[in-house]
Unconditional design. Structure first.
Length: 418
């Protein structure tokens, strides 16, 4: 990364990355916690996502909802996100308010107030969010079923928002325990990008975040070398009578970047070639030529652990899902005889490079890339190697990787029907 960057650690273990970028008088401040849904236990799914909500429901010096009100009054915006592998909080703000915001974000790490009334109120909000995202959304329900049926051991099988019954049964103390275990300096990274003076800000950060009490309860979790490759073909159907939607998803279990960077890069490019845009192979065949589907999508999902590559198509009204399924599998099988060409690969490499350039045009994009790379790739510096391995992908590597993972005993095939 060609950035004016400095990395350092506080005595309590907090990793800090500062990027001085004095283009506009703004900053993006992000804290990435290396904890998400994958760290939950059965029966308590959704606790990581619930905790993210509670972070805005009051801290030692901030009333419920006051965090976001202050940020908006200062001319900024804030939000948070929970994934399987991480929980992140961000504030994009005029740089004159950097220190004030850092003090507020420090409170989220150390001083959330867990109020029973706020907890019960937020539980209703989350259950409604789940209903809208899954129960009332056939495609959301379908994809949730796909992920759940893909794994038996790896905890990606649980939805990030949690199962409905688990959410209903969560207790306030479940969140307190999770907070004390995972929201510690040793388990987080602070990223500040924008109009800053690195040496001056470094001094302020040491003063603000110099606490270590949370480290006493933090549980160290190493990324284990586990996988579920070739553990059996799975076929399922999601039937929703009240809607007319029909769709097919075909996926296969794939490695993590940490274990197999070259293979992941090959699968990433293959996903683009098959489903990215109107010139992609699946779009031309399923939407334009055979008119079996109205749209296609897909991709390789990256996580700390082995995850999935998948291909999805929405069926046209007169299309039988079984026929659409057979066509998708036929297109995938055809890769063996007609692997991606150098020209196809070259186009995708240009797209990926352009996407990275676009991300790096804004403070938020730079900070987000650093945080995501730290959690998913293992170190934010690995992003340069990721781009390098993308550049080195060739037709032989794609074909070799595809044959390795697109196997009968590694497939997950789903049909959404009514």
């Amino acid at each position: 990364m060609d950035l004016n960057l400095e990395e350092f650690y506080l005595d309590n273990g907090l990793k800090v990355v500062l990027v001085e970028r004095n283009i506009l008088p703004t900053v993006s401040i992000q804290i990435w916690y290396k904890v998400g849904a994958i760290d939950e236990v059965d029966g308590k799914s959704g606790v990581a996502h619930f905790l993210e909500h509670m972070a805005f429901k009051g801290t030692k010096n901030l009333k419920p909802g006051e965090f976001s009100k202050i940020i908006r009054a200062l001319g900024g915006n804030d939000n948070a996100a929970t994934s399987w592998d991480y929980t992140m909080y961000y504030v994009d703000i005029p740089s004159e308010h950097t220190i004030k915001v850092l003090k507020m974000m420090k409170e989220v790490m150390f001083d959330i107030v867990f109020d029973e009334k706020e907890f019960n109120s937020e539980k209703k909000v989350i259950l409604e969010e789940r209903r809208m995202r899954y129960e009332d959304n056939p495609f959301g329900q379908f994809f949730e079923d796909f992920i759940a049926k893909s794994f038996k051991k790896i905890n990606y099988r649980r939805p990030i928002i949690g199962w409905e019954e688990d959410i209903k049964n969560l207790k306030l103390n479940d969140l307190v325990e999770f907070y004390n275990i995972y929201y510690s300096p040793k388990n987080a990274m602070l990223v500040v990008v924008g109009n800053i003076q690195k040496e001056e800000l470094k001094r302020h950060i040491k003063e603000i975040f110099n606490e270590s009490s949370k480290n006493l309860t933090q549980v160290e979790k190493k990324v284990e070398n586990i996988s579920e490759f070739n553990t059996g073909k799975v076929e399922f159907k999601t039937t929703i009578k009240e809607v007319k939607s029909k769709a097919v998803i075909v996926g296969f279990r794939t490695p993590s970047y940490r274990l197999s960077p070259k293979e992941i890069s090959a699968l990433e490019i293959l996903s683009y070639i098959l489903t990215d845009g109107r010139t992609s192979r699946m779009y031309k065949e399923l939407v334009v030529n055979k008119k079996l589907a109205s749209n296609v999508s897909g991709g390789t999902i990256l996580g700390k652990y082995p995850f999935l590559t998948y291909f999805f198509a929405t069926a046209n009204p007169n299309t039988k899902p079984d026929n659409l399924k057979d066509e998708i599998i036929s297109i995938l099988n055809s890769i063996i005889n007609t692997p991606p060409t150098q020209d196809e690969i070259k186009v995708v490499k240009k797209k990926i490079k352009a996407e990275r350039i676009y991300e790096f045009e804004k403070n938020h994009g730079i900070a987000g890339t650093i945080g995501w790379s730290e959690v998913i790739l293992g170190n934010y510096k690995e992003i340069d190697n990721f781009i390098k391995t993308i550049e080195e992908v060739n037709p032989d590597l794609i074909l070799q990787t595809f044959k390795k993972y697109f196997r009968e005993d590694n497939l997950i095939i789903g049909i959404l029907e009514n």
